[in-house]
Ligand binder design. Structure first.
Ligand code: PLP
Ligand code: COI
Length: 341
């Protein structure tokens, strides 16, 4: 879509075509130089491993216009590392970290008219995508791959914006099992969450909180975001045990809570039952798309717990302001998290 036709002040999280994308091909055990080309369809064999056996991984990042007018990225080195970790799990080739960061910058520059203005609160979402494009019949890794980076201007992931969302804790569906691929950002992890999401939305919830697949007791995550709660005044989040995506926002929030807000933080098993006790005072979820989204209530079967009368909690709001003001360079970036284009 032409950038002039986009209402940057009213964006949701929907696909909008931008001008340019990056594509690199992997063949004979090496990546080619790659190039920026006009956004458009790619040709792929119907026998491609990604189409038949789901050998695909991706990343999610944002380019923001900062208060200073700079266009900035948030910790892109961490996305490069995670892409390569996911690649390892799916037997896919890695992509050079420095080249990843440089290429992301190039793609954003090529689409810079699509970066929403600072005061809109929007972002240019960046989607690096690595797929097994070579044909294969037996279940085995492809011999050829494509690495693509495209961008989409976005507003908030949950249409509520920085308002509290209502979540359902599912005893019916799980997202990832021990030993599976829950901690890799593979396309398949998302396909299985569409039916649960559709069903829960029909009941009026924004999303599902998934419990651990072994016990249906401990919180894993939200399916597109990591989970946090304030319990006994401490910031608690599920420990990374292979079934949860190691979120970059998650790790940043843990650092900020501990070092900037003087909070005690805990990475541990959190029983969903703890959320129904008075000692749990706030809950929220984090992600590139979700940023920090307050949780107004959680429901399991016929039991509902409302936090803070359904309003964003005080500590949740402080963390949100702290994180987003670093991301938009409204305050000093003392951790060196922000990379200017
Ligand atoms: N969990 C899942 C399943 C996700 O898709 C995401 C989003 O990327 C997250 C958690 C949050 O990760 P991050 O903060 O790195 O975006
Ligand atoms: C992200 O936060 O970047 C995600 O990947 C979540 C979702 C849009 C898949």
């Amino acid at each position: 879509m032409e950038p002039e036709k986009i209402d940057f002040y009213n964006l949701g999280f929907e696909f909008i075509e931008t001008k340019e994308m990056y594509i690199s091909n992997y063949k004979n055990s090496e990546w080619d130089e790659g190039k920026i080309v006009p956004f458009g369809p790619i040709e792929i064999s119907p026998g491609a491993c990604v189409l038949n056996y789901g050998q695909g991984i991706f990343e999610g990042m944002k380019a923001l216009e900062a208060k200073t007018g700079d266009i900035v990225l948030f910790r892109p080195d961490k996305n490069a590392d995670r892409l390569n970790e996911s690649a390892k799990r799916l037997l896919m080739p890695s992509f050079d970290k420095e080249k990843f960061i440089e290429t992301v910058k190039e793609v954003v520059k090529a689409n810079k008219e699509y970066v929403p203005p600072y005061d809109s609160g929007g972002a240019l979402y960046i989607r690096p995508l690595l797929i097994g494009s070579g044909p294969i019949l037996g279940v085995a890794p492809a011999e050829e791959y494509k690495f693509i980076i495209f961008t989409v201007p976005v507003g908030p992931y949950f249409p509520e914006g920085f308002k509290a969302i209502d979540l359902e804790i599912s005893k019916q569906y799980t997202r990832a099992a021990p030993g599976g691929t829950g901690d890799a950002k593979t396309c398949c992890n998302y396909a299985g969450t569409m039916l649960p999401a559709k069903e829960t939305k029909a009941k009026g919830f924004a999303q599902i909180i998934y419990l651990d697949a072994s016990n249906l007791e401990y919180i894993d995550e939200v399916g597109t975001a990591n989970f946090f709660a304030i319990i006994n005044g401490k910031l608690a989040t599920p420990a990374l045990k292979g079934t949860i995506l190691p979120g970059i926002t998650r790790s940043s929030v843990l650092t900020l809570a501990e070092e900037k807000m003087g909070m005690e933080v805990e990475e541990r098993d959190i029983s969903y039952k703890e959320l129904f006790k008075d000692k749990c005072t706030e809950a929220f979820c984090t992600g590139t798309a979700a940023v920090i989204t307050p949780i107004g209530s959680v429901t399991i079967e016929d039991k509902k717990r409302i936090f803070n009368e359904g309003q964003p909690g005080e500590l949740t709001t402080k963390l949100y302001e702290l994180l987003t003001s670093i991301q938009r360079l409204e305050i000093e970036d003392e951790y060196g998290w922000i990379i200017k284009l």
